[in-house]
Design a binder for this molecule. Sequence first.
Ligand code: ADE
Ligand code: ZN
Length: 322
Amino acid sequence: MINPVPKAELHLHIEGTLEPELALSLAARNGLALPYASADELRAAYEFADLRSFLNLYYRLMEVLRTEDDFADLADAYLERAAAQGVRHAEIFFDPQAHTGRGVPLEAVLGGLGRALTGAAGRHGVTTRLILCFLRDEPVSSALATFEAARPWFGTLITGVGLDSAEVGHPPAAFRAVYDLARDAGLHLVAHAGEEGPPEYVTEALDVLGVQRIDHGIRSMEDPALVARLVREQVPLTVCPLSNVRLRCVERLADHPLPAMLEAGLLVTVNSDDPSYFGGYAGDNFDAVRRELGLGEAELRRLAANSFRASFLPQEDKDAYL
Ligand code: ADE
Ligand code: ZN
């Protein structure tokens, strides 16, 4: 990747950047045994039938993240790799319930992430935002308790909320109350919808949760009226091409709806989701869509411009990139 195009990464789960080598070294540092003898053996387990089968490994492997230093090392390693792939700005998701639920204090998670993110502009030339995601397959009461526990970091470290984990059977509307509280707290609002779930979940995320961006949203393409609305309102969709193939939302990259989404006039961006598990970071996703979908220089520049336009940067910072 020589001279990767400057871009913003808007759909990135920090826990999904845990590379096998780091997982093994953190396991050793924390005195934990993993059922994999080597990084190659672990990498060989990265074969997924669907979102659920990925999430099973994603949550299991996260158990190596225990201390503030672990979270700082994880995020710092991501930011270094992202910078090398042309990422200038990263809006990063984290899943607090996946850590507090196994006894890791929120202070350790946010202390570590905060340390890495605060130094990122100076160390890596990457500006950052942090978005707290609620696990949609956990009860709403847990999301509400997590939200309240995270209040001390609102507006300083945490600037938005999102919704992730197993989608089908967990429609967005159940989380209305916590999104209302987040709006009142001045936070940005996003949600995963239309990855495996139906287009109706996208409509619900917009109408009931009032989100500003949809994460994934590829199944919106099944509903022409929804596409027309997303185009009219220029709702950003943070699309993750390599993820969609690895989780079998799309059979082959050549079948990905990204070109049709661009053609329709949607405000789409290209992102990496869980790059350690899905075969590549932001620049790798740009390379893959150029190679497999035949996107030209103009379309790649449009995707890069969209990434800044759809970001939560202040307008003057966006203008500097556009
Ligand atoms: N958590 C991490 N990656 C995810 C994805 N692709 N969809 C839903 N939840 C996730
Ligand atoms: Zn995601």
